[in-house]
Design a protein around this ligand. Structure first.
Ligand SMILES: Nc1ncnc2c1ncn2[C@@H]1O[C@H](COP(=O)(O)OP(=O)(O)OP(=O)(O)O)[C@@H](O)[C@H]1O
Ligand SMILES: [Mg+2]
Length: 150
């Protein structure tokens, strides 16, 4: 299902909508080209979840951890040199936790992702507009709430 977001403000509203649907252990994968808005979305989501820290791109650290209404695990796979590094990170400890995982460039290491997840694919349609393709891959009951976005 595709949604259109016409501005940064509308992206913020979208992130707030998503935040209301989250539950312990929810996994959100963010895909889409450089500058598509993955980090911007994550910042807005963090604000909606009352994360007080300033969320920055975890490009070099692979993972940043924040505390808000949930613990937020913000990952970015873009700079991964090889997938071996992911084994060392023990990603499942984050994915199967009481926190929320948000993964930029998750498509680069799809085999490491839980089968139950939401995928948002961002495409830049103009300077400030973004198309968002929402896919619910979660068979788990909790993910059904996201169907209201359709
Ligand atoms: N509607 C919008 N939604 C999201 N970002 C927008 C929007 N309109 C303009 N922008 C701008 O586009 C840029 C998106 O950059 P951002 O770092 O969020 O992208 P990214 O997908 O995380 O890129 P990367 O793959 O490099 O991590 C920001 O400068 C943001 O202000
Ligand atoms: Mg980013």
């Amino acid at each position: 299902m595709k949604l259109l977001v016409n501005s940064l403000d509308e992206m913020e509203e979208f992130a707030h909508e998503i935040s209301k649907l989250l539950f312990k252990g929810a996994v959100i994968i963010l895909n889409g080209e450089l500058g598509a808005g993955k980090t911007s979305f994550t910042k807005f989501l963090g604000e909606a979840l009352n994360v007080k820290d300033y969320i920055t791109s975890p490009t070099f650290s692979i993972i940043n951890i924040y505390e808000g209404d949930f613990t937020v695990y913000h990952m970015d796979f873009y700079r991964l040199e090889n997938l071996d590094g992911l084994y060392d990170l023990g990603l499942d400890d984050y994915f199967y936790s009481d926190g929320i995982s948000v993964v930029e460039w998750g498509e680069l290491a799809e085999d490491f992702l839980p089968l139950d997840r939401i995928e948002l694919y961002f495409s830049k349609t103009s300077e400030n507009a973004r198309e968002i393709d929402v896919k619910i891959l979660g068979k788990e009951e909790n993910y059904k709430a996201f169907e209201m976005l359709y």
